[in-house]
Design a binder for this molecule. Structure first.
Ligand code: URA
Length: 234
């Protein structure tokens, strides 16, 4: 995949132990693939303000059918961001990402990898529930990615973990296939990115348990800065 789209992202294997702290995306260049400079991501430095903006969003129809905007929860300073696909029924009711069955499994995986859920940041590619839990369509993803871009700019995470295909394609590469890219480190603008299977996929297919656990061990080690040595390629 990296060979097909040179420059979009660079692969790191193994990841570097030392993580740069001042990513160049502070400049005007959008972080997300396909997002053009000036496409309208809000340059807001305050998370509450950004959240309020999303609450009043009319960029797609989802805001008119969902109960509430599920923006994101967790520490803004933790340096790690987990990104899922979009809120389901439980999340729409509670206003918190990953609280249904898939969320409970994510909690278990986080605990096993020694992450404390309140101390990581969790969000989704789309912030409003697609009706009937359908997949967000490409126009909805496109409309909502300005908020994800703004969140990444605001939080400046060291690491981003893409949970499932929607996040992988929104963040790593629109053509990426999760089975091919999962478990590998990518780097863009000083941020390390890894994709792994979505917890809901694990509920459907227990064969994914082993690879997800392998991925989370790499994520944990990278977060702790014990992930090994390499020269960072971007
Ligand atoms: N699945 C997701 O992708 N996100 C949630 O918040 C819940 C389930």
């Amino acid at each position: 995949m990296a060979d097909e789209q040179p420059g979009l992202f660079g692969e790191l294997n193994p990841p570097p132990a030392i993580i740069p702290s001042a990513p160049p995306y502070k400049s005007g260049t959008p972080f997300l693939p396909g997002l053009k400079a000036g496409e309208g991501y809000p340059d807001i430095k305050d998370c509450q303000e950004l959240q309020a903006m999303a609450r009043g969003c009319q960029r797609c129809i989802l805001r008119s059918t969902c109960r509430q905007v599920v923006f994101g929860t967790g520490s803004l300073e933790c340096g790690i961001m987990f990104v899922g696909e979009g809120p389901g029924k439980d999340e729409d009711e509670q206003g918190v990402p990953f609280v249904g069955r898939a969320g409970q499994l994510l909690d278990k995986i986080l605990t096993a990898a020694e992450f404390d859920r309140p101390e990581v940041y969790i969000t989704n590619v789309v912030k409003c529930r697609p009706p009937g839990n359908r997949l967000p369509n490409p126009d909805e993803v496109k409309a909502c990615r300005v908020y994800l871009e703004a969140q990444i700019r605001l939080l400046q995470p060291r690491l981003i973990v893409c949970l499932g295909s929607a996040a992988t394609q929104a963040i790593i590469d629109p053509k990426a296939r999760i089975s091919q890219v999962r478990g590998r480190w990518f780097a863009r603008a000083g941020i390390r990115i890894m994709a792994t299977y979505h917890p809901a996929a694990l509920l459907r297919n227990p064969d994914y348990k082993r690879p997800v656990w392998e991925d989370f061990k790499l994520i944990r080690d990278e977060y702790r800065g014990t992930g090994g040595q390499s020269s960072a390629k971007e």
